[in-house]
Design a protein around this ligand. Structure first.
Ligand SMILES: N[C@@H](CCC(=O)N[C@@H](CS)C(=O)NCC(=O)O)C(=O)O
Length: 219
């Protein structure tokens, strides 16, 4: 049987995207925990361009960048639920939203929640603009692609789980039901249906709290 290894970090949403896909497909893998502050020579060897986790190693061949890894998993292990839909248009849409989430939403939400200061109000407005676009996209749908979970849902795990916790730790409630009803319904569905693919909530809250205290003390 082909050997599958995942270099990742426990609290990383990008790593969890890959773990979720592997688990959905029923692929057995070895998890190798990386310390992103002290990267292993193996990680630097397998991802010399970005030097980031996650990296999937399949039969000794490395694949970096979580969205590309998700597509690789979908194409390599055809059993189990499809991560990308069949129709080219639906595939393009799934990729469009996954790309928007990574190119725009991650940084915008991060700035709005984590970095205080004068820019904060502008950052919060920008984050709400992103969330509004996602809320509109999810209108009348259970998941981004319709009835089944797919690429964009897995990519949006950081909104469903990480940023809800970050908001609690930092004391900012960005994703309210009155402003983003469709997004909040999607979050409820995602978290309740796929709980076993998410990290322990209490432990993650403590990790995020510790990082926030550390970041605040360093200012
Ligand atoms: N675009 C990358 C982002 C991965 C990423 O940001 N990983 C972080 C941990 S969550 C990392 O490795 N950071 C180390 C660094 O930036 O040096 C992906 O989707 O895989």
């Amino acid at each position: 049987m082909a050997e599958v290894k995942l270099f990742g970090a426990w609290g990383s949403p990008f790593t969890h995207r890959v773990e979720m896909a592997l688990k959905l497909k029923g692929v057995e893998y070895e998890f190798i925990e990386e310390d992103v502050r002290n990267k292993s020579p193996q990680l630097l060897q397998y991802n010399p361009v970005h030097k980031k986790i996650p990296v999937l190693l399949h039969d000794g061949k490395p694949i970096a960048e979580s969205l590309l890894i998700l597509e690789y998993i979908d194409e390599t292990w055809e059993d189990g639920p499809s991560i990308l839909p069949k129709h080219p248009y639906d595939r393009a849409m799934a990729r469009f939203w996954a790309k928007f989430l990574d190119d725009k939403c991650v940084t915008t939400l991060w700035k709005a929640c984590w970095i205080p200061g004068e820019e904060h109000v502008k950052d919060k407005e920008e984050a709400e603009d992103c969330l509004k676009l996602i809320d509109n996209e999810l209108k009348g749908k259970k998941f981004f692609g319709g009835d089944n979970i797919g690429l964009a849902d897995i990519a949006a795990n950081f909104i469903a789980f990480w940023f809800v916790i970050i908001g609690e730790v930092v004391g900012i409630e960005l994703m309210t039901k009155d402003k983003f009803p469709n997004l909040c319904a999607w979050i409820d569905e995602f978290v309740s249906s796929y709980k076993e693919y998410l990290p322990d909530r209490d432990k993650l809250t403590e990790v995020i709290r510790a990082r926030y205290l550390e970041a605040s003390a360093a200012k």
